[in-house]
Design a protein around this ligand. Sequence first.
Ligand code: ARG
Length: 577
Amino acid sequence: MFRDSLIASMRKRWPDLHVELSVPPDPSLGDYSLNAAFALAKKERRPVLQVAEVLAEAIREDHATCVKEVRIVPPGFVNIVLQESYLQRKLSEAYRSPDRYGSSGAGKGRKVIVEYSSPNIAKSMHVGHLRSTIIGDALANVYDALGYDVIRWNYIGDWGTQFGNLIAAYKKWGSEAELEKDPVPYMESLYVRFHAEKEQDPALEDAGREEFRKLESGDSENRKLWERFRGLSLERFSMMYGRLGVALAGGDAVTTKGESDYEDRLAGLVEELSGNGIAAPGEGGALVADLSGFGIATAAMLRKSDGATVYLTRDLASLRERATIAGVAKILYVVANQQALHFEQLFAMAELMKQKGLIRENLPELNHVKFGLVLGADGKKFSTREGNAVALADVLNEAEHRAENVVHEKNPELDEARVHETAHDVALAAVKYNDLRQHPHSDITFDWDAMLDLSGNSGPYLQYTHARLANIAAKAGAPEEAGELTGLEHPAERALMSALLDFPEAVAACARLSALNPLALYLYELAGLANRYYEQVRVMDEEDTAVRGARVVLVATVAAVLKRGLGILGIRAPERI
Ligand code: ARG
């Protein structure tokens, strides 16, 4: 698209120059504006206007087929006016195949692993996992759109001493009928009871440890129990993924692995690390690796003094497996901020292993995509009255309940079933967009009114705008082919057409920044332009049929791009809300 190709051509001529395109506030000033002349003039110690003229000439030369005019605006801005024919050509392309619009071949032949969600068995998924699931799913969609071969990876927390406690608790108090009824909350209640009774009865502690030891050494009864707990948990997680509309419920492009899958490789791995001088016995007999060479002050612990394996070592084994998959160029881990040190250590360990030839030479790019907390409307950590993380199911129930009110208010005549169905889409839009519109590093706030505000910066607002435009296009009878596209001359029209050009760049920026806010912001601005357009320009009652046809094409294309963009964010765009 124009934006990227302009930046690329400038970079060719001035490799060190930072070029950014902005959109002038008033469309009559041009479609794009460039301020690079100021920096270049300073560097070359030449008058700004003179440098601006050089830039303008370069643009005229390099982009003759799409640029109509390049103007210098004092004190030194370079403003670009695109050719109408170029805007029209791009509009008809987008109109013809909106589902391919914004796709690119950038990732062709490259694989990316996006790890996300990664809940722990025998525990309810909570709002932290919600963020990982939402951000990770959308990021995977972005890579998909860029033509990468995407492997969605779910790394289940299914190993550790706590499962010894669960087994001990179940053997003592467990009931098969209760487990069957509502497995995950029931398992959680067993943990709670275990911890409460441990205070009075310290022998429980030993019992838990003993059950875990038996599990580790393959005791068949414990193995069966653990498999049952695991299976029931995964079933519930799948239901939750279905409800969230994310691509983790199963299928080809999803790899679901547990920490337990790596258990049998850990002894060997630890041996390799010691043998190569990466790890050595530390204080108290644990096995540790010094990472101070990477500026990481905390040594990485790879094995506890009692010989028990740890989270980090399992992750390292898993990383090695992921890195070995042919063609993998990048591995993303969508995991909370709190685990930043863990991932610094993990990546440093991988680097050390690479240096010793223990892992592939051209290690894939490793990236911890961090995200912040979920806060309540009061700005405090979003938690239950007891101070626990809020269960995901409760969040979704509440979102749906509130969305039903919104949908019902908007469409009092809609029947119960349709209200329900639409409210489901609206609720997910509210929850997902509220997360994705911000940079993942920020904490997000759960402010239900704002999240569901049909006229604010919310997911439902974008759905509403889409539905409105799609309805206009449907009623007007959008043509098969875009046709001539005459008469799209209104400034609001032009602003909308040049905004459409920026969609592919918004998608690409998400991959570059490992964040979804560039696309979310883009869609919000596009929706705003479209709503303003519709207020200013007649579409349905335009008398000139050629002009009317062109306007319908424009409206239909904006609707389709909104739908596609929302789709990448994991948000459905129903025909009405
Ligand atoms: N199961 C962990 C948790 O719930 C998250 C796992 C993150 N991924 C990883 N490769 N360590 O906190």
